[in-house]
Design a protein around this ligand. Structure first.
Ligand SMILES: [Zn+2]
Length: 289
């Protein structure tokens, strides 16, 4: 702790994060926890990022971070080489050479309460929060308030068109912005949100009886079929923008718990970099001959 004068170690940060986001709460396919780093190395500054990519690593090194805490796993599938000639191997080399540890909290942070979607819900001022998709009863993550996504009530009812503009204003800025599916005039009082890819929770949003569901990575067929079946309106935000709000909560927790300095990355790692709205039919109508 900071009060003793000596900074916490990598092992101390890991212990604090494992308490808030127990690795056992992660999905079976997921890979979370300490990825690399010496357990007894001191940690004065932690960089919080959604994605471990060369740009965010560069940012963390420039900020003098001793450790990176990331949402998305750097290494998810089986790896047989971390040679510096590979994309991910290059990242691993940079971090080890700079003596920077890396820790991942992914689906275990999604399911936690507070977790990734609580921070997303807070951007909309949602109240009366409950999980959108609670863990299977008896599973390790089962517990009060826990689950993927959140359902809550907006402070003021508004139309889907207004909510879409609000979402674009309160979420971190991306080229993608926010698009919505459904009647623009539909009134929205209750909203479900889920950070990251939410395709798999369309049925949960319909069962929750909400007016709208905001998530990322929605696709033509699942979205169209969900709407045709009378499901809630859909808002499709940029994946990074739905998870970036959690980094503030993560950083505040680390600072309070361990007295470490924190830096939060605002570097937009969404792969989509260009967006053009189609011209409206009237915008540049040529005078008819
Ligand atoms: Zn994600």
């Amino acid at each position: 702790m900071s009060t003793t004068g000596s900074p916490p170690t990598v092992a101390d940060v890991v212990a604090a994060l494992d308490r808030r986001y127990p690795p056992a709460w992660a999905e079976e396919w997921d890979r979370v926890g300490l990825v690399l780093g010496e357990p007894d190395h001191p940690v004065r500054r932690v960089a919080c990022v959604v994605d471990v990519v060369p740009e965010t690593v560069q940012e963390a090194l420039a900020a003098g971070a001793d450790m990176i805490v990331a949402h998305h796993p750097l290494l998810l599938r089986g790896v047989y080489s971390v040679a510096a000639t590979t994309y991910k191997g290059r990242i691993v080399h940079r971090l080890i050479k700079a003596d920077v540890a890396l820790y991942v909290a992914h689906t275990n942070a999604d399911v936690a309460a507070p977790g990734v979607s609580d921070a997303l819900a807070a951007r909309f001022g949602l109240t009366g929060l409950r999980p959108l998709h609670p863990p299977r009863p008896g599973s390790p993550a089962d517990g009060p308030g826990r689950g993927i996504g959140r359902v809550g009530e907006l402070p003021t009812p508004m139309t889907l068109a207004e909510l879409t503009r609000l979402a674009a204003a309160v979420l971190p800025v991306t080229a993608w912005g926010v698009r919505a599916a459904g009647d623009p005039g539909r009134m929205v009082r209750t909203l479900a949100v889920s950070g990251g890819s939410g395709d798999g929770f369309l049925a949960d949003a319909a069962a929750a009886g909400v007016d709208a569901f905001l998530t990322a990575d929605l696709r033509h067929h699942p979205a169209g079929e969900h709407l045709a079946a009378g499901g809630p309106a859909l808002l499709d935000a940029a994946h990074w923008a739905t998870e970036r709000p959690w980094l503030d909560d993560l950083a505040a927790h680390l600072a309070a718990e361990l007295g470490v300095e924190t830096v939060v990355s605002d570097l937009d790692t969404d792969p989509w970099t260009v967006h053009a709205a189609a011209p409206r039919p009237d915008d540049d109508k040529e005078p008819r001959p």
